[in-house]
Design a protein around this ligand. Structure first.
Ligand code: ADP
Ligand code: MG
Length: 291
């Protein structure tokens, strides 16, 4: 059995214009292994955040369910941490206090010293020791998101859910924080489910990239395996012989095929069957014949 399973999830929202409901996505099936790093890429509005929120237990699926280590997820819990685009830090607390609060909540029987030590381990992992006494209003966007990531990792969750965490962060800072994220992920061996719109980021970080077709009525178009060996750096991966093939494949999907596949799905002729694309042996495996 997989570690985290998204099983036949569909989501309908009320359609304010037409009074009925509309389908965000249908029959999303995804099996995620322990410690796997999954990214989800797709056009705006295809339901990436909705899917992440369902896994977080913040949103209810219309049908289907999420199973984590054999147990159904139906409410938020400390076994899953969420990092949002807008940081969501507690504004009147310092960096240290924001992180301490999470450590304390996850480990209520720890001593004051244990909590402090653990909080500082994560403050150091994101290089914020100098800013530990500052409040969020005194931090740059990049620093705020470092607090967000440290707070998410410090409770040692089974699953980390990251919803475009670097969207508001400039490219140079983003690179540094991506490295810190990888370091914390490798240290914790948590399972990561991350939404991003940055194809290079997806390739750099992921074991597999889930490509969603356009909404409404979105589905998983295909899943691309990233077999570029780790450790990866932004400069080393571009030298890998498959890097540009993978990158072009994903971009081609987003520009052309995400729309075509979604109209196939609208016609109910096919629901993808999670086509797996692997560049390992320079071939595309699992190719499904579509109309
Ligand atoms: N609470 C809600 N009520 C009604 N419609 C919603 C709600 N949340 C999201 N939607 C709609 O669902 C679709 C998917 O949204 P979202 O998951 O935010 O997409 P993404 O993150 O891929 O951009 C969009 O059309 C959005 O407008
Ligand atoms: Mg979103």
């Amino acid at each position: 059995m997989s570690y985290l399973e998204v099983s036949k999830i569909s989501k309908y929202f009320n359609d304010p214009e037409h009074r009925g409901t509309f389908c965000v996505f249908e029959d999303i099936d995804l099996k995620i292994k322990k410690s796997e790093f999954i990214t989800v890429v797709g056009h705006s509005g295809c339901g990436k955040s909705t899917l992440l929120n369902i896994i977080a237990g913040l949103e209810e699926a219309s049908s289907g369910g999420v199973i984590l280590e054999g147990k159904e997820v139906n409410r938020p819990g400390l076994d899953r941490s969420v990092v949002f685009q807008n940081f969501a830090l507690i504004p009147w607390m310092t960096v240290f206090e924001n992180i301490r609060l999470a450590v304390k909540a996850a480990n209520p029987d720890w001593s004051k010293n244990q909590i402090k030590e653990h909080a500082f381990k994560y403050i150091d992992l994101v290089n914020l020791r100098e800013a530990a006494k500052k409040k969020p209003s005194a931090l740059s966007g990049g620093m705020k998101q470092r607090v967000g990531l440290a707070r998410a990792f410090c409770i040692n969750p089974k699953v980390l859910l990251l919803d475009e965490p670097f969207a508001q962060i400039d490219a140079l800072t983003r690179g540094v924080i991506q490295d810190e994220l990888v370091e914390m992920w490798e240290d914790s061996k948590s399972t990561v489910f991350m939404v991003t719109h940055d194809v290079d980021e997806a390739i750099l970080l992921s074991d597999r990239v889930v490509l969603m077709t356009n909404g409404p009525n979105a589905c998983i178009g295909e899943i691309v395996e990233i077999d570029i060996p780790r450790p990866r750096t932004r400069t080393s991966i571009i030298e890998h012989p498959n890097y540009y093939k993978i990158r072009n494949h994903i971009i081609h999907f987003l520009v052309e095929r995400s729309q075509k596949l979604s109209s196939v799905n609208d016609n109910k002729e096919s629901n993808n069957g999670n086509k797996i694309v692997s560049f390992k042996r320079e071939l595309i495996s699992g190719e499904k014949k579509t109309a």
